[in-house]
Ligand binder design. Sequence first.
Ligand code: DC
Length: 230
Amino acid sequence: MKNYEIPVITIDGPGGVGKGTLSRQLATHLGWHFLDSGALYRVLALAAKNHSVSADNHSALAVLAQHLDVVFEENPSRIMLEGQNITQALRTEECGMSASIIAAIPAVREALLVRQRAFLQLPGLIADGRDMGTVIFPTAPLKIYLEATPEIRAKRRQMQLKEQGIDVSLEGLLAEINQRDIRDKSRSIAPLKPANDAIIIDTSHLPIIDVFERVLAEAEKRGLCAPVAG
Ligand code: DC
């Protein structure tokens, strides 16, 4: 079977719009694979820190990206870098910001491209990121782009952190979100933007279950999965 026959749903958008939650729910419901492409950039940022490679050394970062010893384990879900469990370490704001900085380097994106496409396996793939529908899987039969106001995204992030026992100011989070948005949207390569054929959903005031049902209905309409009985 050729790659284009394997169904893929792309879920793009900025941080804090609910992409991760939606993507995981869809992958679990459909029994499909899941690509968290942001985690790949975060892993590379962490590997660069561990190996003392600075963000302006583009060629060394590209080599590191090509040889990244990373394993995405399922059941239980965890991410291993060079044999170390780094699942928690990846989720810090600092790691996200470093990922955003190195993600603007063309040689890094090029080096991670093949790795991301390799996730396309039967029975299907949910691909979560910034350029899934525009660059990595441009022929995907269903492309979703989520958006929400920066204020709401900052509030959601603050609540997530609070659940982990971490208190962070809303102003600080909002400033970081705005800074990351500007960098991700304005970079010259694969900027964050909806694909021309993407369905745009504003999740600011929409419960995630509603978004999930909408995307599933679109997938059924396109024959990507069987209709729900009843
Ligand atoms: O989704 P995230 O917060 O884990 O992503 C971290 C950074 O990685 C994000 O700010 C930009 C970059 N990224 C990217 O450039 N392209 C992707 N497909 C995914 C993430």
